[in-house]
Ligand binder design. Sequence first.
Ligand code: ZN
Ligand code: ZN
Length: 268
Amino acid sequence: MRFDLHTHHERCGHAVGEVEDYVLAALDQGLDAIGISDHSPFFHSDKEQADPGIAMEKREFPAYVKDVLRLKEKYADRIEVLLGVEADFLPEGVASYRRQLQKYPLDYVIGSVHYTFGRNIFDRDRWKGADDEDLFKVKEAYFDLIAASARSGDYQVLGHIDAIKGFCPEITDIQTNKVENALQTIAEEQVAIEVNTSGKMKACGGWYPSEDILERACFYGVPVTMGSDAHHPRRVGDDLEAVRAKLKDIGFTEWWLFREKKPVSVAL
Ligand SMILES: [Zn+2]
Ligand SMILES: [Zn+2]
């Protein structure tokens, strides 16, 4: 089975194309299923749109859901369209996100850590002048958040679990047992991690997570899924077959997709 669970579109303010363009791209790629998972609004904020260019307005979310459900129906005999969302994991925002997201018939929620110490991990400036001590602190905080997101019970998928390396590749070499601890927690909770192929668009190159993390994940029995994190329709399904081959190589035998928040295991 060919699928991609992580895609965005123009509502978030930094992706290109309408939802339907991504569905059509998925058909072009011969996918069996396409998950739409745009960035959720910042539900914990008092503002209607806390960060234009990063996430959609709150009032836009019901329209997003309607749009995806309409396409689910329209393309039902050609491709399975899944309704997802990528939600920020912010400890202070958990309750508001939960309250809002439970109103919608989501097939899955991707929980992603995009912030540590109040700053976006993809903000290149935050890494300027950081020494090993700083990197160690950020890395420990980041993987603690990843573990906490797994324990929250709010997510079917954890997004790009080592994205902290995106614009700071050298953080990969900082040693801490928090990575191992997070993987053990994820395995206990049986939340899926995605192989997210968008790392190649960032300074770190390659995919999230790195191969050694995937090997440890396999060892602990962490479930996996696949997402391109496409912000342009041409990236839908990017590296899908390479991911499948790599996962098999490592020792995984199945990957998961989700319908109505229930995992569906598919042989690799
Ligand atoms: Zn994005
Ligand atoms: Zn993300």
